[in-house]
Design a binder for this molecule. Structure first.
Ligand code: MG
Length: 444
């Protein structure tokens, strides 16, 4: 169903909306917003809203400062937690345009649209189902997050899981935004949780992810808790992943193109090339999928996060896992990419993932044999697997060498992304940590 401006105005009046928050995402994945009173909404739906883009780090240069926000009508939704403060506020996610009405090269949503268009030209739709992991920490006396897990439960625990009700409130709030949740459960570490979103097409999945992060933080706050998507907040236990379940469907018929019942893994030739593309570009795209200094502390052996550039069904250290599906449900054939973490910019992440997979399809890249858990140690000794970069510094170098990934971002975003992250990496490299002092000062 196509949503019209009139339908939105009618809905806004019915729900007594007073303010509309116009949202977009900057290059590093932060949600930004401009709020307009409801009286401005008709104009905004007609022409968009002007804003000064130069105030945003990494977004626009002074010369390109005047931009406008063009709201995506499908994303109109009342923000459920604002009502508690006595306001009815709706939000709309926007595309960023230049004064002459063109898509802005620095808009991450546009980078994803370009990748989705490339798939469409090949007759395919990109479907994504994300698994969002996060920690709930208590807030300290000063109101800042403390590193104290909210509960003492473990993987799938029910009885000791104090957050069951909080997660249900989160699911309810997500539903208000039209985000369908497939499942939610406690994750492996203390205070760690997971919410699995139902698969949807790529652009909507990215929209859902930015909304999900904001929603979970808001609901946690209502319970005096702090929800964090930091990739590895606590050393020695699992970190937060953002596993992406990926598939391609025929753009006309909607038929899943990844399924082949005759294949031992249930994968079509196309799916195998797609996975080969993911493996081939993993080193090049990891800086986008795991963009923080801290992300690389998650990507180490022993914590169910991937390290090796391998694929299979059972090994949690694999980069790509192929979930088992029942033969009766070929539509659910998919592959799970395990390296992204929830600190990424979802638009840029899905853009580079899709372009990597499409490159595998275009070049018909061969997929190496799978590696399963029971063979893992043997294989590790017998052959050296390629690994993901161990630091953000190396990842940024690899990114700049990968033509498919750099093209997916486009020169504007690439330059600013690399600039922002390199600055962070250099700052970290100059920092002397407590670990170094404890370890070296008494000895040397
Ligand atoms: Mg999980």
């Amino acid at each position: 169903m196509v949503v019209t401006p009139d339908a939105i105005l009618k809905q806004a009046a019915e729900q007594q909306v007073e303010f509309v928050s116009l949202q977009y995402t900057d290059i590093v994945g932060m949600v930004k917003n401009v709020t307009i009173p409801i009286s401005e909404l008709p104009d905004c739906l007609d022409h968009g809203v002007w804003f000064d883009g130069s105030s945003l780090e990494g977004f626009a240069r002074v010369a390109e400062s005047d931009m406008y926000l063009a709201p995506d009508l499908d994303t109109f939704a009342v923000i459920p937690w604002d009502a508690a403060a006595g306001f009815t506020t709706a939000r709309m996610i926007c595309d960023v345009r230049t004064p002459d009405g063109k898509s802005f090269a620095g808009d991450p949503r546009y980078a994803l649209r370009r990748a989705l268009d490339a798939a469409r030209r090949m007759g395919m739709t990109f479907l994504v189902g994300p698994e969002v992991e996060f920690f709930l920490f208590r807030s300290g006396d000063d109101g800042r997050p403390a590193l104290i897990p909210h509960d003492a439960a473990g993987y799938f625990d029910a009885t000791t899981d104090a957050a069951t009700h909080i997660r249900r409130r989160m699911v309810r709030a997500l539903a208000a935004f039209g985000i369908d949740v497939e499942a939610t459960h406690h994750e492996g570490a203390l205070g760690q949780h997971e919410i699995d979103l139902r698969h949807t097409h790529g652009l909507r999945a990215a929209d859902h992810l930015v909304t999900t992060r904001a929603t979970l933080k808001a609901i946690a706050q209502q319970h005096n808790l702090y929800a964090t998507f930091m990739p590895k907040p606590i050393g020695g236990v699992n970190g937060n992943g953002l596993h992406m379940h990926l598939s391609l469907a025929d753009a006309e018929s909607g038929m899943n193109l990844f399924f082949n019942g005759d294949d031992s893994y249930g994968l079509s030739k196309l799916a195998r090339h797609f996975v080969a593309g993911l493996l081939a570009h993993a080193r090049g795209m990891i800086a986008v999928l795991a963009p923080l200094v801290n992300s690389y502390k998650r990507l180490v052996p022993g914590f169910e996060a991937p390290v090796y550039l391998i694929w299979g069904r059972t090994n949690r250290a694999q980069l790509v896992r192929v979930p088992r599906i029942s033969a009766a449900r070929p539509q659910s054939a998919r592959v799970e990419l395990r390296c992204p973490d929830p600190s990424c910019n979802p638009y840029l992440a899905l853009a580079v993932i899709l372009c990597a997979g499409l490159d595998g399809i275009r070049r018909e890249l061969p997929l190496p044999p799978p590696v399963e858990e029971d063979l893992f140690q043997v294989d590790l000794r017998a052959r050296q697997f390629d690994v993901l970069p161990a630091t953000l510094g190396v990842a940024l170098e690899e990114l700049q060498r990968d033509e498919v990934v750099t093209e997916a971002l486009g020169p504007h975003i690439l330059e600013r992304f690399v600039e922002a992250r390199t600055r962070e990496w250099e700052e970290y490299s100059r920092f002397i940590s407590q670990w170094e002092l404890d370890r070296y000062l008494p000895v040397y």
